[in-house]
Design a protein around this ligand. Structure first.
Ligand SMILES: Cc1cc2nc3c(=O)[nH]c(=O)nc-3n(C[C@H](O)[C@H](O)[C@H](O)COP(=O)(O)OP(=O)(O)OC[C@H]3O[C@@H](n4cnc5c(N)ncnc54)[C@H](O)[C@@H]3O)c2cc1C
Ligand code: FES
Length: 325
């Protein structure tokens, strides 16, 4: 049985205005979670994920911080319509952008709202480990910096092992590859956590790899959806989909996900984010194997039991059977 990936009502206890366009929602949500994880919420007829800015190791309350995206549907609706006492429908916390069991330094590079999971990780790392922690936080200007006071206060409390460097685009231009390499310095064996706008992620990841950092040591959390690759021609093999008592078999297509195969077979399987975050599309592989492009929702033991995010799963064996609950 996969763990609970359903939706649960939670009450907003209070809302904290962090900057002109970022708010923290303190939720009455007694869920266990790990630093760096996120919730997926239902709003405006769709789903969006938001990381916890709180840490389970230092905060009594669960908090998530949302920044307005210009023209964005859900972030603006939350800012404009939600008040303390309102209810939201959310999944249990999920995600794999978490602390690893290592004594290696933690180096984080974040931009804008990407600081949200980073703050959670930093608080937990400082509270529960002896690791050195360094953060480069990039923002448009001083007014846009979310959690400046919280980060500066942590630096004052842990001067021996926490460094925060604030980068402002208005003063210094966009972060460059040289600045990333300079910040990484000799810490090539650190665990690097990256979270921010897509161009920032691409630049920082490339710069770290060029600096000699092992790809295994770079953990990324992408807030924006990557564009879909169109599926290609038919290839050898079949996919069998079992849903609501119906059983259909279709030929495999190059680059096609199990969800897309199920739709091509005339079925209407559940899905929502199609980004590997919400687990609405979860099903179980009962024959063959498939590989997920992105998995931000399933734990290792669920994958070992055959569970898969069908929106991300591509067959890697000629015959695959997938069963929706
Ligand atoms: C795992 C995960 C964790 C996340 N955690 C947080 C968090 O802690 N805080 C937070 O504020 N957001 C977070 N996000 C982003 C969030 O889920 C939404 O994507 C974001 O709020 C935009 O949604 P929207 O409905 O307002 O905009 P949409 O209507 O979806 O998008 C409007 C336009 O903005 C672009 N866009 C979408 N997302 C972004 C973005 N993040 N930045 C810039 N442009 C964007 C889209 O391409 C589109 O063109 C997270 C996303 C993921 C996948
Ligand atoms: S639809 Fe959200 S993870 Fe697949």
């Amino acid at each position: 049985m996969a763990r609970d990936h359903g939706f649960h009502p939670v009450r907003i206890k209070r809302i904290v205005q962090e900057t002109a366009d970022a708010r923290t929602y303190v939720l009455d949500a007694p869920f266990p979670y790990r630093a760096g994880q996120f919730l997926t919420l239902q709003a405006c007829g769709t789903l969006r994920s938001y990381s916890m800015s709180s840490s389970p190791d230092t905060d009594d309350e669960l908090m998530t911080t949302v920044k307005r995206v210009p023209g964005g549907l859900v972030s603006n609706w939350m800012h404009d319509h939600l008040a303390a006492g309102d209810r939201l429908s959310v999944t249990l916390p999920a995600g794999v952008f978490c602390l690893r069991d290592t004594a290696a330094p933690l180096v984080a590079l974040c931009g804008g709202s990407g600081v949200t999971p980073i703050l959670s990780l930093v608080k937990s790392a400082l509270a529960t480990t002896g690791r050195r922690v360094r953060v480069l936080s990039a923002n448009r200007d001083a007014d846009a910096v979310i959690f400046r006071a919280a980060l500066d206060e942590l630096a004052a409390r842990h001067p021996d092992r926490f460094e925060i460097r604030h980068h402002l685009d208005t003063a210094n231009g966009f972060v460059t590859a040289d600045q990333v390499r300079d910040f990484a310095g000799g810490d090539r064996d650190a665990d690097f956590y990256l979270c921010g706008p897509e161009p920032f992620m691409d630049l920082t990841e490339r710069a770290l790899l060029d600096h000699g950092v092992d790809a295994e040591r770079i953990l990324v959390e992408r807030f924006e959806h990557s564009s879909d690759t169109p599926a290609g021609d038919e290839k050898e093999g079949t996919v069998t989909i079992v849903l609501d008592g119906a059983r259909r078999t279709v030929p495999q297509h190059v680059g096609e996900t199990l969800l897309e195969s199920a739709r091509r077979a005339g079925l209407t399987p559940p899905f929502s984010c199609e980004s590997g975050n919400c687990a609405t599309c979860i099903a179980q592989i009962t024959k063959g194997e498939a590989k997920m492009r992105v998995n931000n929702a399933l734990e290792d033991d669920e994958i070992a039991d055959g569970w898969i995010l069908t929106c991300q799963g591509e067959p890697v064996t000629p015959e695959v059977t997938v069963v929706y609950e």
